[in-house]
Design a protein around this ligand. Sequence first.
Ligand SMILES: O=c1ccn([C@@H]2O[C@H](COP(=O)(O)O)[C@@H](O)[C@H]2O)c(=O)[nH]1
Length: 228
Amino acid sequence: MSSPIIVALDFPSAAQALALAERLNPQQCRLKVGKELFTRSGPQVVECLQQLGFEVFLDLKFHDIPNTTAMAVKAAAELGVWMVNVHCSGGLKMLQACRNVLDQQTGAKPLLIGVTVLTSMEQTDLAGLGLDVPPQEQVLRLAGLAEQAGLDGLVCSAQEASVLKQQWPAGQLVTPGIRPAGSAQDDQKRILTPAQAMQAGSDYLVIGRPITQAADPAEALRAILAEL
Ligand SMILES: O=c1ccn([C@@H]2O[C@H](COP(=O)(O)O)[C@@H](O)[C@H]2O)c(=O)[nH]1
């Protein structure tokens, strides 16, 4: 499967998520289950999507003490997901605990990805957290922790992809905040178009509303793939 597209299924019910999934082709995209859908529908929706032939990114952005986070990552691995993520701001010990628990797993392991700075945030938002630095500076700092802990890659903005690829060539870059030209920015701040993101070095493009809210989601996905 060579498509870099991960479609974010941000829906309030399994029925809506599955209806959208049935309109898509597992050869053309992977699917992302996030907090809204998982909190409403639980592991069953992940299993249903897998039965439809899709690889699933479980985007729950775990962030807790090391043992709790590692056990959540273990549970995700046992669900057979393709990718799972944790917040890098949980710190090195937390990230290492997650790496260790996956290394002890037998069989297929999910990619373990560290969330850096959310794509909805800009410098003023970081200042409100007492971190008055450009987002890229904080992303690079958190990327260093992820690499040290042996993670497989990062969630970041595609705006940081090229500098991250220089710092950590092997790190897989998973980039939300993707907006085809002319589409609504919504609550995203650090955005690029699909083609710009690929040129910058993104490995995977996470795209939600521009596909899921389109009149014809399958056609929206095809148009994005044609642009790459
Ligand atoms: O920094 C981040 C991390 C995760 N996301 C998630 O990606 C999708 C984006 O959806 P759009 O509708 O394309 O904006 C969404 O599920 C977020 O939870 C992110 O946007 N930024």
